[in-house]
Design a protein around this ligand. Structure first.
Ligand SMILES: NC(=O)c1ccc[n+]([C@@H]2O[C@H](COP(=O)([O-])OP(=O)(O)OC[C@H]3O[C@@H](n4cnc5c(N)ncnc54)[C@H](O)[C@@H]3O)[C@@H](O)[C@H]2O)c1
Length: 336
């Protein structure tokens, strides 16, 4: 079966996912496109999906009888309306992060999916599909004993001028929030944020770097350094300290050179390159599940928990290091 997919939001990642579906992955085809900027959909049609129909609105695309499943890759604030429409239409839906820009919005999606009675939504937390994190999880689950601490870092060389302090959580650390919860199979109970002295590349609206400390229900303490103007490269680190040993996320593959009296390998600089292979794996997983009329991988509940946790972390940016509690409602049976 070929899953007929409609893409809503044909900007950077929508275009790239359309390319994956039509040129890299199997079992699906892009048959419909929609974007508030029609020229963007027309460009994707011309370059990648010549047979696709262009719809004026995302809602019309979702309602089309020719569309089996939906990709929501528009701006974050518009995700909720399209995911809700896809659930109402009973169509599998892959939604890029964030699932919704508020915890209340994510909860509305959870409620709608629970009322529908079957999983339809996959959230684009692609790190769960990264070969390095998958290997790390296997090691944590089977070799190093129960986790006690996690030391993680998310470093970007630079960020755009409009990037402000809360975005370090909502846009950057959101990936650690999801992947570390999955890695430990545990839930967060509190968040604290510490600010060292601001680095010279910070500005009035961006306190950089920051350290977020998350505590889990089992008492594991996680520290995440977020340093978005670190200058030297795009660098993701994760080390889990267990009862019996320590496991670290592998470095991305890089050629090592011995040259000019130096032993060296490159560090990536563009975030797009770091998890590039995992986007293929996550979308292939979506296609497989969509062919059966359902969804797998990161679910709406994960998107909701990520939103609640992000809100707590942002609140903790304003409490001078005091802990902010993270309280989760009971998890519906659909997501057990
Ligand atoms: N998982 C990841 O690593 C990852 C990476 C990049 C982007 N993203 C997420 O993907 C989403 C899109 O990011 P991007 O970098 O492609 O942004 P982008 O600005 O390049 O593209 C977004 C597109 O959505 C369109 N759009 C805006 N409002 C719309 C609406 N109401 N209906 C239809 N189209 C609309 C815009 O015209 C634009 O073409 C964001 O939520 C972002 O957080 C996730």
């Amino acid at each position: 079966m070929t899953v007929k997919i409609g893409v809503i939001g044909t900007g950077a990642i929508g275009r790239d996912h359309a390319r994956r579906i039509n040129e890299v992955l199997g079992g699906a085809k892009v048959v419909a496109l929609s974007d508030v900027n029609r020229a963007s959909s027309e460009a994707v049609k011309k370059d990648i999906a010549p047979d696709a129909a262009i719809f004026a609105t995302g809602e019309e695309l979702i309602a089309s009888a020719d569309v089996d499943a939906v990709l929501v890759t528009s701006w974050g604030a518009t995700h909720e309306q399209y995911v809700l429409a896809a659930i109402a239409a009973g169509k599998p839906c892959f939604c890029e992060k964030p699932l919704a820009t508020t915890a209340e919005g994510a909860k509305r999606i959870v409620d709608a999916e629970v009322a529908h009675g079957k999983r339809l939504v996959q959230v684009g937390f692609m790190r769960r599909y990264d070969a390095g994190y998958v290997a790390l999880k296997k090691t944590v689950d089977t070799m190093i004993g129960a986790p006690i601490m996690v030391h993680a870092a998310h470093r970007n060389p630079t960020v755009p001028k409009q990037y402000v302090t809360p975005m370090a959580i909502h846009d950057t650390m959101i990936h650690e929030i999801d992947v570390l919860r999955w890695l430990l199979d545990d839930d967060y109970v509190s968040a604290r944020v510490l600010f060292p002295r601001a680095a010279a590349r910070s500005h009035a609206k961006l306190r950089d770097p920051q350290i977020v400390i998350l505590e889990t229900a089992r008492g594991t303490i996680i520290d995440v350094e977020i340093f978005v103007n670190c200058h030297y490269g795009y660098d993701i680190q994760c080390q889990v300290v267990g009862e019996d040993g320590i496991a670290s996320l592998p470095e991305p593959m890089a050629i090592q050179t011995r040259l000019g009296a130096k032993l060296q390998n490159d560090i990536l600089t563009d975030w797009k390159d770091r998890f590039i292979a995992s986007y293929d794996v996550e979308l292939q997983d979506f296609i497989h599940a969509a062919a059966k009329g359902t969804a797998s991988g990161p679910n709406s509940w994960d998107g909701y928990v990520a939103a609640i946790t992000s809100d707590a972390c942002v609140a903790a940016q304003e409490t001078d290091g005091a802990a902010v509690a993270i309280r989760l409602p009971a998890r519906p049976a659909l997501y057990q």
